[in-house]
Write a protein that binds this ligand. Structure first.
Ligand SMILES: NC(=O)c1ccc[n+]([C@@H]2O[C@H](COP(=O)([O-])OP(=O)(O)OC[C@H]3O[C@@H](n4cnc5c(N)ncnc54)[C@H](O)[C@@H]3O)[C@@H](O)[C@H]2O)c1
Length: 275
């Protein structure tokens, strides 16, 4: 198995103390990258740094939260202070609450928007400013199957759908700059999945290590030319998520009034529900 060679490169993985982020950090370090292991759970992050060091890799801990402009800037600064460069960012930190829309807790809504969406935006913006000035890099954001709609995941799915939109737009903005931006939609057994399982959701036994090679691949030169993609890895199945776009009716009207809408909508729904 030929591992990409990331020797001499530096990657930041947010939320890397546990679960998927810890597996990404260890896999990137095994490929030779110097890694910033970011997590607000300092004890977990320290254990990951210790494991990477014991296995001959290079890593430092960063305990900043991704949720503010200043603290996310500090995460990128940790990479520059420790390793003098930043080549890769994995926007992995995330929080997840299940709730019926009629019972959403505003504190949970804010937590998910702050960590999953603003955290991705802020860390990405700081990384892009650095990478633009220093010749490029690769950013991997995190989405979820919930971006396409899943019960009790309205806010969570919205943060992930917004992250997919961000990925498409950043990839367009940064085309030709040497900065690639992609997203992954993973599935693995972590504390997040166990939280869902304890509330009657289906679980999985796929380990986080199953997903990690995809992240390392996307941060490496093997993925040159891959940008603006949302890649789903669901156990044995690797797939691309299609970008949302218009599904048109063959009918056109200069103005759409109640009568023409009433006549056309059922035909449009029938056409596309069949397709
Ligand atoms: N596990 C899955 O099947 C699955 C599926 C789809 C998407 N995801 C996404 O993958 C990512 C990782 O999830 P996981 O399953 O490993 O969950 P996890 O709960 O095991 O790990 C998330 C990590 O993020 C850290 N974190 C939380 N808030 C933070 C903050 N403000 N700043 C820095 N770190 C913070 C946590 O301390 C934790 O270590 C998340 O974005 C999640 O939404 C996971």
């Amino acid at each position: 198995m030929a591992m990409p060679n990331l020797t001499g490169r530096c990657a930041v993985v947010t939320g890397a103390g546990k679960g998927l982020g810890a597996a990404y950090a260890k896999n990137l370090a095994a490929a030779g990258a110097a890694v910033v292991v970011n997590d607000i759970d300092l004890a977990s992050a320290a254990a990951v740094v210790e494991t990477i060091g014991r296995e001959g890799g290079s890593a430092v801990i960063d305990g900043n939260s991704v949720t503010t402009w200043e603290s996310s800037g500090a995460i990128v600064q940790t990479a520059l202070d420790a390793f003098g460069r930043l080549d890769g960012l994995v926007n992995n930190a995330g929080v997840f609450y299940l709730a019926d829309p009629s019972e959403e807790d505003p504190a949970w809504i804010e937590d998910m928007v702050h960590v999953n969406l603003l955290g991705t935006m802020y860390c990405g913006q700081h990384a892009i400013r650095h990478m633009t000035a220093h010749g490029g890099g690769s950013i991997v954001n995190d989405t979820s199957g919930a971006q396409s709609g899943m019960r009790h995941r309205g806010t969570y799915g919205a943060t992930k759908g917004a992250t997919a939109s961000l990925t498409y737009s950043w990839a367009m903005d940064l085309a030709g700059s040497g900065i690639r931006v992609n997203a992954i939609s993973p599935i693995a057994r972590t504390a997040m999945v166990d939280y869902g399982k304890a509330r009657g959701e289906s679980g999985t036994d796929i380990p986080p290590e199953h997903v990690a090679p995809l992240v390392t691949f996307l941060l490496s030169d093997d993925a040159a030319g891959v940008t603006g993609q949302v890649i789903r890895l669901e156990g044995p199945q690797l797939s691309l998520l299609s970008r949302p776009g218009a599904r048109r009716t063959t009918e056109e009207n200069p103005t759409w009034d109640q009568d023409s809408l009433r006549a056309a909508l059922p035909r449009l729904l029938e056409l596309h529900q069949r397709g």
